[in-house]
Design a protein around this ligand. Structure first.
Ligand SMILES: Cc1cc2nc3c(=O)[nH]c(=O)nc-3n(C[C@H](O)[C@H](O)[C@H](O)COP(=O)(O)OP(=O)(O)OC[C@H]3O[C@@H](n4cnc5c(N)ncnc54)[C@H](O)[C@@H]3O)c2cc1C
Length: 503
């Protein structure tokens, strides 16, 4: 702290400025990589002294979880897009790497900024970093203002009748809807003629966010699938509203269809605000373009995102600790081979393998299949949900502090409003129900591609001549099942029963 206070003095000596000098305002971008509907940016621009647009790659501050590989790819592309969008408005994005507080102070010092604005983040590490940074800036006489920019409702604004945090989704979402949220977006800001002139910036390429290993480049299909950045987010929303949301309530569980929005990475990096999405969907509903049922179901999923952030804020150990302490005694298995087979999509269960391969190739996985694959890891293999959470963190482009942890605990049964542990997904029946023609499996497990739909989710039941016609050799072209589901289900249930009986 003493060293940082010294920084403050240096700043004054450096600029020789009085407290009332109107310097530029720094807008510190983090998980809000957009210009539209961005309260921090709007506030910084309003100050009238010009802005310094800053992104800090902070892999050093304690408690900040480094991004996984897929999210690093996204971040690189999204920063490129943000930088281009700023340049179009005559502003530069300054890139700096280092500890947030020190780096910010350095930029304050060099730019003569008198204010710093940012939109809040809600992970425990993010909150700790921001709280400390705010204190240091304030001690140095800099105005530091945090804004609500990434959620419909700030987590501390929602309390149950007894004053505690909500732990059940339905009443939470009902209360949020009754309360309502901001419906007027922050207007696209007018930029001053010139900002951050002459400031030093790192080169984005120099940050090494794009994958180099393992070979071959695992992200090679990402650009065909994703357009990171604000423009891409807007296009995705538009496309979803015109051709996707119709039938969402009925078809959102079908991984073989394109009836979900694929907005999650855009939301994760704040390239679009939940308000913008909610307003567009509500408008489409009110004008009759989208049915009430589809609109409400979709908004409720955005509500699950809110709920997950609400949980993370109130239970900051969510990514590490069981929310229900009784799971602390669960006898998880150490099974490196099983974990590897799951990660590589080689479990012998086609729907699980398709999902895990989709994840690797595309950096995403359909929500229904995420649930099936997670259930398989936790309940069939009895491997700790934390191992699954960590793999998803590494491989998802939408890897999110709140959604990932809350969803893993939801599947494990250890979370808030979670699926009960005894509800164990049957990967064959789930596959047959949600991918009835096997198209999703065929896409990601091509070695089963010529099997008829009747056997594609259970190749072990196929007669020899059908296997042979389809070119499938069990154990050679496609793995045998690594565990028998019926056996695994009974094993998990027995362990859970013992846990409940306190054995
Ligand atoms: C084990 C597991 C891990 C998950 N990890 C993540 C993660 O790291 N990041 C992430 O964004 N989502 C995660 N989810 C939630 C969900 O699978 C994805 O948000 C969804 O698949 C994204 O696709 P979409 O944008 O097409 O969703 P849509 O169906 O179009 O939903 C719209 C938006 O609502 C939000 N949403 C939807 N479902 C959920 C949910 N169950 N929980 C929280 N928010 C939701 C997302 O922001 C999504 O973009 C996880 C789910 C499971 C079962």
């Amino acid at each position: 702290m003493a060293a940082l206070a010294k920084h403050g003095k240096t700043r004054q000596i450096h600029h020789g400025m009085s407290e009332t000098h109107k310097g530029p305002a720094i807008v510190w971008f983090r998980e809000d990589l957009r210009l539209d509907d961005n309260p921090a940016l709007a506030a910084a621009l309003k100050c009238g002294g010009g802005i310094v647009a800053l992104y800090i790659l902070d892999e050093q501050s304690e408690g900040l979880r480094p991004l996984g590989g897929a999210a690093r790819w996204w971040l690189h592309k999204s920063l490129e897009a943000l930088s281009d969008a700023l340049l179009e408005r005559g502003a530069r994005l300054i890139l700096r790497r280092g500890k947030s507080t020190e780096t910010l102070l350095d930029v304050v010092n060099r730019s003569g900024a008198t204010q710093v604005h940012w939109n809040r983040r809600y992970s425990p590490g993010g909150i700790a970093c921001d709280t400390a940074t705010k204190q240091v800036l304030t001690d140095c006489g800099i105005t530091a203002v945090s804004h609500p920019g990434n959620l419909l409702i700030e987590p501390w604004e929602m309390k149950t009748g007894s004053g505690g945090p909500y732990k059940v989704f339905t009443p939470f979402w009902k209360a949020v809807r009754e309360r309502g949220w901001r419906t007027e977006p922050f207007a696209a800001p007018q930029f001053p003629a010139c900002t951050a002139e002459g400031m030093e910036s790192d080169s984005l390429d120099g940050w090494g966010l794009l994958p180099t290993a393992p070979e071959p480049d695992w992200a090679r299909e990402f650009p065909d699938l994703w357009q990171p950045g604000e423009a891409g987010a807007r296009e995705r929303l538009k496309a979803f509203l015109s051709d996707g949301i119709g039938g969402y309530a009925r078809l959102r569980d079908r991984p073989d269809r394109e009836n979900t929005s694929r907005l999650s990475p855009h939301l994760r990096f704040g390239e679009i605000s939940p308000q913008m999405i909610a307003c567009a969907v509500s408008q489409a509903r009110d004008s009759g373009d989208v049915s009430e049922r589809d609109a409400d179901k979709f908004l409720a999923e955005v509500g699950w995102r809110e709920f997950s952030h609400h949980l993370l804020y109130h239970f900051p150990d969510l990514p590490k600790e069981n929310l229900q302490a009784k799971f602390d005694g669960f006898p998880w298995r150490n099974d490196d081979e099983g974990l590897k087979a799951w990660q590589q999509g080689m479990t012998g269960y086609p729907i699980v393998d398709a999902g895990m391969r989709e994840l690797w190739r595309h950096g995403t996985m359909h929500n229904r299949v995420r649930m099936i694959a997670a259930s398989f890891l936790i309940k069939d293999l009895m491997i700790h949900w934390r191992a699954g959470e960590a793999w998803f963190w590494e491989t998802l482009v939408d890897a999110d502090h709140a959604n990932n942890a809350a969803s893993w605990q939801w599947v494990a049964g250890s979370g808030a409003d979670a699926a009960p542990f005894f509800r164990i997904f049957n990967p064959v029946l789930q596959g047959e129900k949600h991918d009835p023609d096997g198209d999703y499996v065929r896409k990601f497990v091509p070695e089963l591609g010529r099997l008829p739909a009747k056997y594609i989710h259970r190749p072990w039941d196929a007669p020899d001549d059908i296997l042979s016609d389809a070119g499938v050799k069990p154990g050679q072209t496609y793995p045998e099942r690594i565990v028998d589901h019926a056996y695994a289900r009974n094993r998990a249930l027995a362990v859970f029963k013992a846990l409940n009986n306190g054995k």
